[in-house]
Design a protein around this ligand. Sequence first.
Ligand SMILES: Nc1ncnc2c1ncn2[C@@H]1O[C@H](COP(=O)(O)OP(=O)(O)O)[C@@H](O)[C@H]1O
Ligand SMILES: [Mg+2]
Length: 258
Amino acid sequence: MCRVIAVANQKGGVGKTTTCINLGVALARLGKKVLLVDADPQGQVALGLGFPKKVRVTLKNMLENIIMGLEFDPKEAILKHKEGVEVIPANKLLAGLDVALINVEDREKVLKEYLELLEDDYDYILIDCMPSLGMMVINALYAADSVLIPVQPQYYATDGLTELLKAVKGIKQRYNPKLEIEGILFTMDSRRFNNSKRQKKAVQEAYGTAVRIFERSIPRTEALSETTPEGVSIFAYDICSIGAKSYAELAQEVLHHA
Ligand SMILES: Nc1ncnc2c1ncn2[C@@H]1O[C@H](COP(=O)(O)OP(=O)(O)O)[C@@H](O)[C@H]1O
Ligand SMILES: [Mg+2]
């Protein structure tokens, strides 16, 4: 069965896209069929994996087909990456859809309807969300089985985590009862390797033990920021790096959570 995970945080620069790419490749390396869906007009998923900036068909085209009720090939937008993941790219035109959706009936369901056409072919679909709580993010949370929330440990209190968890709860109650919190992932952790128990405890005290926190945190490491210009994951960039090890371990946690 396919598990759809939305990678979300309305704050930018917390490691959503980096996590999408590297967790995706880590899962593919474990033999899983993985689709990365770029739901951010910045289009960094395909760019970060080295695809050219100009792509012919994007998520926006696919969603427009759904909105208009057209017959179409749902796989037309899919790009295949040499590291084993497949990608549905986005570009800045997706921003227009966020606004256009306001006038669409069942506007929060469009992405779910689209992904349902694809999910038989995948074990995991990871949705890279844009930094907002707008209509595309609501669509992602509606379509998802769970939400993975990257957070920088030192800033979690100001990261709008309360607001995000409230939005998740609202969507769970209103639209998508099966929506779970996959976990809070500490990214760009400046402590060596493992996140401090203290940070974890503070989050747990603030939000309750029901909010899961991944054991593995992702350290701040230059290699992870150097992969983007190379157009590869951390695994192709430097398999022995601490970043590769961390994302491989995160993939194990995600795998065993399902
Ligand atoms: N663990 C990390 N260590 C160092 N740099 C990182 C790490 N994770 C992400 N980055 C870098 O930080 C920036 C923001 O990360 P990104 O994944 O694009 O965040 P978001 O998608 O939430 O905006 C990027 O330049 C990325 O390369
Ligand atoms: Mg991003």
